[in-house]
Write a protein that binds this ligand. Structure first.
Ligand code: SAH
Length: 348
């Protein structure tokens, strides 16, 4: 049992059984997260008996770094998990703080046709501690404070719902990583029932939805999840989030050349969301080795942007972080695998 997988209330419950008071649990949580330690013996303000109880009952370990790749505005880190699988996290340095994009699964089963992770298939879900450790390891290794976390790396967060929600509780808890709800964002391809679960969860934070197409015909072609939860159902769930949580929803829209970047798509998108509280992020497509897709021209992105603006849709163009090092979803890991593993392992 790795202690970095325990939410505050799980830890409190476990330790109360061992007759440790909540005030001590707060000390323990603080030293795990504020002054990250690698051994319970290094804890301050905790007596020998408690240290020995923690040593007997918990493991405390972070993640091994397999590769770090640094560019002007981002640092991509490949972590090696205890079972030798690799996952990626990307740190983006922005003027409002450090944002970390973390992975939630090894691979992904959602099968989006333009995405590298979708082609790698899911090997397994990440444990809660493996998500927490991405944040804590990077804070510790680079001596920085992460101020925003986005669950937008490899994997579909809502296909690993329980572990993800425990991780969010650790991010949000004041004795743990202490990030406010507006600093934590979950991105989903649109697993509608899980959006409703998220809305009613006490740790519900920001929501981003990967839309990428304004209608069922096109969306089903590039995102198989749309055949299960079509656009109108997704929009109902988005409306439920905005009214219950009273926050806007971020719509991710990857601009793919002559697939979803036409004037017709822009007009259709504007019409779909004109009365909704949504903010569109246009993301330049990061070309991958294995797909037939290419990125939209600057001109088509600008046209698309202008149409949304003219229709009063809040829209921004996302800066591309780390494209030179293939940091889009799943790309870093795919490159690592092809460079470092025997060809027979590539199909996994
Ligand atoms: N499964 C979740 C989160 C992971 S993917 C989701 O679908 O939202 C994070 C984002 O990167 C998604 O919007 C995804 O569609 C996008 N993406 C995937 N491959 C990409 C690429 N090659 N270039 C740009 N964005 C990409």
């Amino acid at each position: 049992m790795n202690i970095y997988g325990f939410t505050f209330s799980m830890l409190e419950k476990y330790l109360l059984n061992k007759e440790i008071k909540t005030s001590k649990v707060a000390f323990i949580a603080k030293s795990l997260y504020r002054y990250p330690i690698l051994s319970f013996d290094d804890m301050n303000d905790v007596n020998k008996e408690i240290k020995s109880m923690l040593n007997t009952n918990f493991e405390i370990s972070l993640l091994e770094t397999a590769e770090i790749c640094e560019s002007e505005d981002s640092i991509k880190v490949l972590f090696k998990l205890p079972d030798s699988n690799v996952i990626e996290a990307v740190l983006m340095r922005q003027n409002y703080g450090n944002t970390l994009c973390i992975s939630t699964q090894v691979g992904c089963n959602m099968g989006c046709s333009f995405c590298q992770s979708g082609r790698q298939k899911k090997t397994r879900n990440l444990e809660t501690w493996e998500m927490t450790a991405q944040v804590v390891s990077i804070q510790k290794k680079l001596s920085i404070k992460i101020s925003n976390v986005v669950l937008m790396g490899m994997g579909e967060p809502f296909d690993n719902y329980d572990n993800v929600m425990n991780f969010i509780s650790i991010l949000n808890n004041p004795y743990m990583l202490a990030l406010g709800k507006n600093h934590i964002s979950v991105s989903t391809c649109g697993i509608v029932p899980k959006i409703y679960d998220y809305i009613s969860h006490p740790d519900c934070c920001l929501l981003a939805v990967s839309l990428h197409a304004p209608d069922d015909a096109l969306r089903s072609k590039i995102m198989p999840i749309n055949k299960v939860y079509p656009v109108n159902e997704l929009m109902k769930a988005i409306d439920a989030y905005t009214s219950a949580v009273n926050k806007k929803v971020f719509l991710e829209y990857v601009m793919i050349h002559e697939v979803n970047d036409t004037v017709e798509c822009a007009l259709e998108l504007a019409n779909l969301i004109k009365d909704r509280r949504c903010h569109v992020n246009l993301i330049p497509y990061n070309e991958t080795q294995n797909t037939d897709f290419s990125k939209s021209s600057h001109d088509s992105i600008m046209k698309f942007y202008d149409i949304l603006k003219k229709n009063d849709i809040p829209v921004t163009m996302r800066k591309v972080f780390g494209s030179s090092s293939n940091a889009a979803c799943g790309q870093l890991r795919a490159n690592y695998k092809s460079n470092y593993q025997a060809p027979s392992a590539l199909s996994t």
